[in-house]
Design a protein around this ligand. Structure first.
Ligand SMILES: [Fe+2]
Length: 183
C-alpha cells in the first residue's frame, strides 16, 4: 500500500535527464533517496509547537521540501493544482486522507462528496506515495507523542494550492494560496 500504482521506485532518476520534465516516478525516487539520507533528516530543526520545513533542491527544477510534523499537526484538505508529486515518511508515521475523485476546476464553492471517494493510508518510515494532477488530500501526524519527518517533491513547482474545509460529505473551497504565501 505504500506506493501508488503509477509510481515505480525502481526507475533511476537519470531518466529525468536534461530537458525532460520529472515524472511521478522520478519524484518518488528523489523523496526515497532523500529520506534515506540520515544526515539530512537529522539536520531538520524540530519544534514541538509547529511544523518546520527546509527547502530542498528537487530534480529537474521541481519544488521539494523536508518537513517536520510534531504530534497532532496536519495540513488540512488541499490540492496542488496541475502539479504531480510524491512524498515519503522518513521517520515516525503520517496519515493521508485523500479523495478518489476529480474535482471541477472552477466555478463552485461547495461540493457534496459521494460515499465511496474517501481513501486512507498510513505511511510509516520508508513508505510514501506519488500522485497525479489535481490530487486532493490532507496529511497529518495523528501520533500523540512522536514527531514525524517527511520529504515532498512537486513538478511543476506549485503554482497554487487550493485549501478546503470539510464537514462530513461537504467540501468547501476556502482559499487559494500562491507561492508568495509559502516561500
Ligand atoms: Fe499536499
Amino acid at each position: 500500500m505504500s506506493v501508488s500504482p503509477s509510481a515505480s521506485p525502481s526507475v533511476p532518476s537519470s531518466v529525468s535527464g536534461a530537458g525532460s520534465a520529472p515524472t511521478q516516478a522520478d519524484l518518488f525516487d528523489f523523496v526515497r533517496r532523500m529520506a534515506a539520507d540520515t544526515e539530512l533528516i537529522a539536520s531538520l530543526p524540530l519544534d514541538p509547537e509547529g511544523r518546520t520545513w527546509v527547502r530542498l533542491d528537487g530534480p529537474g527544477g521541481s519544488e521539494a521540501w523536508l518537513i517536520g510534523w510534531p504530534p497532532g499537526t496536519g495540513t488540512g484538505w488541499h490540492d496542488h493544482a496541475e502539479s504531480v508529486g510524491a512524498f515519503l515518511t522518513a521517520s515516525g508515521e503520517l496519515k493521508e486522507n485523500s479523495l478518489a475523485a476529480r474535482l471541477p476546476a472552477d466555478g463552485w464553492k461547495t461540493l457534496e462528496l459521494s460515499d465511496d471517494v474517501d481513501r486512507e493510508r498510513r505511511l510509516t518510515a520508508g513508505q510514501g506515495r506519488a500522485f497525479g494532477r489535481h490530487h486532493v488530500h490532507e496529511v497529518l501526524n495523528d501520533s500523540s507523542d512522536r514527531h514525524a519527518i517527511s520529504v515532498h517533491a512537486y513538478y511543476p513547482p506549485l503554482p497554487r494550492i487550493r485549501r478546503y474545509s470539510r464537514s462530513g460529505p461537504i467540501l468547501r473551497l476556502e482559499q487559494v494560496e500562491r507561492p508568495e504565501d509559502w516561500q
